[in-house]
Design a protein around this ligand. Sequence first.
Ligand SMILES: C[S@@+](CC[C@H](N)C(=O)[O-])C[C@H]1O[C@@H](n2cnc3c(N)ncnc32)[C@H](O)[C@@H]1O
Length: 260
Amino acid sequence: MAESKGTTEESVAEYYTQAFKPREYLDKHFSSFDGTDGKECVQLFIMNNLHQTLGSGAFQGKRLLDIGTGPSILSVLSASKYFSDITCSDYLEVCREELQKWVDGDPDAFDWGAYFRYVSKLEGNSSSPDDIAPRLRKSIKGVVHCDVKQSNPLCAESVDPFDVVVSSFCLELACDTPDQYRAGVGNMTSLVKHGGGLVILGDFKNNIIVETEKYADFDLNEAFLRDALVAHGCTDIEIRQVSMVDEWPCEFFHATARKV
Ligand SMILES: C[S@@+](CC[C@H](N)C(=O)[O-])C[C@H]1O[C@@H](n2cnc3c(N)ncnc32)[C@H](O)[C@@H]1O
């Protein structure tokens, strides 16, 4: 069972809504990456796993939705090789603005060059690093508002379900309780077409560190996630747990499922 530790602090979602500065966050946590020192980190975890899953051909189609993209492009980098119609989404307007800046080619946007070089290598140099930015810009068809806690996370948007829905480290921030997390899995699944795929990356330890504050709301485990996926109509569930050596205790997981 998932364990609730109770939250006495302001919730992560509240903190983010009021104080998150995406550009400062990117400069602080994403600018030192060069992909060459082999040190495990969350960025490598995201890129390696999505490269592997989407490159495996297990999930195919044209339209992919990424839930909780944030100001970052990492969760859609590999997707842009396989999906020509990608929708990015996030709850926070400041995150959407930062991402849109990059999509629009604003010279002040964050420089993702090191990540393009890394993904180019992952793809066996079949695309040069210089080709990956235009490939991604072309495939991103929208950066839209989303609230994974709503039964229709895309809210006002009425959309056809997607071939694949991806979400990376979003439910950790959005949810304060195991019940909310379980409902969030269902809300994501509702946007997957029948026979389509759901890919969730996250942390069973649910450890979110915002600057120096640690918001550990509740632990999850594989059984809890599997149960939530089954309850919301998923099958072919594969959950891989990856112990990372990072700055804080974490138990990253990579889950894939097919909607019946
Ligand atoms: C830790 S970031 C992950 C960003 C990116 N997916 C990645 O893996 O690098 C979590 C993102 O979830 C977004 N988020 C928080 N609550 C949300 C909600 N209720 N619905 C959708 N997105 C939410 C935050 O704004 C933030 O951009």
